[in-house]
Design a protein. Sequence first.
Length: 275
Amino acid sequence: MILVTGANGNVGRNLVRELINAGEKVRALTRDPATTSLPDSVEIVCGDLTRPETLPAALQDVDRAFLFPVFGALEGFLASAEEVGTRHIVLLSSDSVTFSQPGWIGERHLACEQAVAASGMSWTFVRPTVFMANDLGWTHQIRHGGTVRGVYGSAAMAPVDERDIAAVAAHALLTPQPGTAYELTGPQALSQIDRVRIIGETLGLSTRFEEVPRDDVRRGLLDHLPPPAADFLLDQLAAAQTEPTPVLPTIEQVTGHPARNYAEWVAHHATNFGG
């Protein structure tokens, strides 16, 4: 039995489908089973990584697990997993742990990695760069005028499709290689200006990127992020103006298929953008 935590998330729901297609028995952990839309063959259980008392029952008979990184809340899960005999943990981490200055976000992902490594179970870390799915935050602006307002529009990153992250995580669960860390990028380093243009070209929409002051963007980020996290993300964008994110071949090496490009991702999410 494989347990998937964060089963309603961008990676989790795709991972569940990957595992089902591979013929595995899958249990999905979610805080609200009523809102979950997963294949009928999936066993859905109610649980929360921040409430350790909900986890022992969810982990019964689980030999492998995909762990979503809830900062500061993994110890209860890991203790229960070790107690029931779970053999292998695949942790969703971040490429920020490899930075010379990991920053607020990287340091918290490092703490998650260290907790898993210290648990006594074998592990694999999946370290994607920025998700293409982050750009779903632009949907309202694209639907209402087509102008995406942001800062550091020329910053070139190599965003990765959530389906490719899930495919690598599935590989790590199906054929565990203990002690492996997979660093993942998309197939192209694209600026925000490039990505907004590709959305328009792919969906036949009129789109453009408009540069606004950093402080304006920061205020918006503070609606859902602590100040150190907002500053880290903005600093990362600023640095990518002169140092684009290197493109890595990991996804194709692991899965056997090329990483999906940005236009493919946009087409997959056409209804979100109003295309």
